[in-house]
Design a protein around this ligand. Structure first.
Ligand SMILES: *Cc1c(COP(=O)(O)O)cnc(C)c1O
Length: 435
């Protein structure tokens, strides 16, 4: 444990910790983090995807510097602010027509989803929301209330119904059919569709285990939403804005959500989130959901720089290219490591599910914690997700190169080999409970 990590333990509360090993950093550039002990770490997590351009990107630095050299206030609460308006106009030009009404700005995926959950019920007069078991829509009371992730203990919204997310590794070809059958039986009985305001989806269920839905599944969900005038909300917070190889993760499914939620990578490391939706819903009231610094011009300027970099550097294309390379390298690792049960993903949103037995697919929770810890010792930063805590998640910066991808694979390969050979003490993760 480094000195910085110890200092943190004496000064900062654990309430917001989700820790996997004693990561303590003092700087970084691109996909590299500089640890407190001087080690250079390769970052395959990018702070859960928030560092979309990597660290210390010069375009973000320049945009923030400019925004601060003539600061247009600190808030859009009580007055229009230039960068915030520019960002809204830019986002409206990027979302499908159905969602291109108005933009709301927040700080995080959590406050954005919480606002959407409150707004759709208040604006439509319908009391119910549907989302997926395993879904993570945020950590505030109102966003956790419409989430289905087992790590969350906050109470659920009274009108919430959770339906199964298709898991093709667990359920094979029937995954989509099973999930849709459950949804249809609910809509035909206890959950009258005319009472449902919105259906929240994650185009890839990331914290639930990087589940990639089968082709055609979300088109079926969209069909049901249209039939019953249910607003379709795509939570693009982690996997949107280029990460999957397309600008929008929902685009892989040929669907057009009514409401699109952005967060994490939008600010490239600065806190900003956005909701795009129809004018009638987004303008149904004023002074309904705000925090003083929401959509402030400094964060908005950073977000404009991120969107500009995604476009001019072709970062969605880079995510598709480097992601495909990573996936093929991981498929090769799977041949050599019995611990790997499944490898899946789109672009630079990748999951590696570890199992103790490929036949029964029983989750290798302890080995997952040991693997990410060992990989950290080798110099690779990655975390794990999943309702059974056994899926290693890769969400590196969208700027990742092939060479960096290969370097990371090498370290993951060594970590897996050590765990399989019994060279890692099972008590190593110790107090690092993860989730
Ligand atoms: C992380 C995440 C959120 C919450 O975002 P915060 O920045 O943690 O508030 C919401 N939805 C999804 C899909 C996420 O991955």
């Amino acid at each position: 444990m480094t000195r910085l990590y110890e200092r943190e333990a004496r000064s900062i509360s654990k309430l917001a910790h989700l820790r996997f090993y004693p990561l303590a950093v003092t700087g970084g550039a691109g996909a590299t983090l500089i640890a407190d002990d001087g080690r250079r770490l390769l970052d395959f997590a990018a702070s859960w995807g928030a560092a979309s351009l990597g660290h210390s990107d010069p375009r973000i630095r320049e945009a923030v510097d400019r925004a601060l050299s003539s600061q247009a206030g600190a808030s859009y609460l009580s007055g229009a602010s230039l960068a915030t308006v520019q960002l809204a106009e830019e986002l409206l030009s990027l979302v499908p027509a159905r969602a291109a009404g108005r933009i709301w700005f927040g700080h995080s995926g959590s406050d954005a989803n919480e606002t959407v959950a409150r707004m759709v019920i208040a604006a439509t007069g319908r009391p119910r929301i549907i989302s997926f078991s395993g879904a993570y829509h945020g950590g505030t009371t109102g966003s956790a209330a419409v989430s289905g992730h087992p790590s969350q203990t906050l109470p659920k919204a009274p009108g919430l119904t959770l339906v199964p997310y298709p898991d093709s590794y667990a359920d094979g070809e029937e995954a989509a059919e099973k999930a849709l059958a459950r949804l249809d039986s609910l809509l035909a009985g206890p959950v009258p569709p005319q009472e449902v305001a919105a259906f929240f989806i994650e185009p890839i269920q990331s914290d639930g285990g990087m589940l990639v839905p089968p082709a055609g599944f979300f088109a079926e969900i969209e069909r049901r939403c249209r039939k019953h005038a249910i607003l379709l909300v795509s939570d693009e917070v982690k996997v949107g804005l280029g990460r999957t190889g397309q600008l929008h993760a929902f685009a892989h499914h040929g669907i057009e959500p009514d409401i699109v939620v952005f967060g994490k990578g939008l600010g490239g490391g600065l806190p900003i989130s956005a909701v795009a939706g129809p004018e009638a819903v987004m303008n149904f009231a004023s002074a309904f959901s705000f925090q003083t610094l929401h959509g402030n011009p400094v964060c908005a300027a950073a977000a404009l720089a991120v969107l500009e970099a995604i476009r001019t550097d072709g970062l969605a294309e880079n995510a598709a290219r480097v992601g495909a390379h990573l996936l093929s390298r991981l498929q090769a690792l799977k041949q050599r490591h019995a611990l790997i049960g499944d490898v899946r993903g789109q672009g630079l949103a990748i999951g590696i599910e570890l199992v103790t037995d490929r036949a029964t697919r029983s989750p290798a929770k302890r080995q997952t914690a040991m693997t990410v810890y060992r990989a950290f010792e080798y110099g690779l930063v990655m975390f794990y997700v999943g309702v059974k805590s056994n899926v290693i998640e890769l969400t590196p910066p969208l700027t990742l190169t092939r060479e960096e991808a290969d370097l990371g694979i090498q370290m993951l390969d060594m970590a897996l080999a050590d765990v399989e050979a019994g060279k890692v003490d099972p008590s190593l993760p110790g107090a690092f409970a993860g989730w």
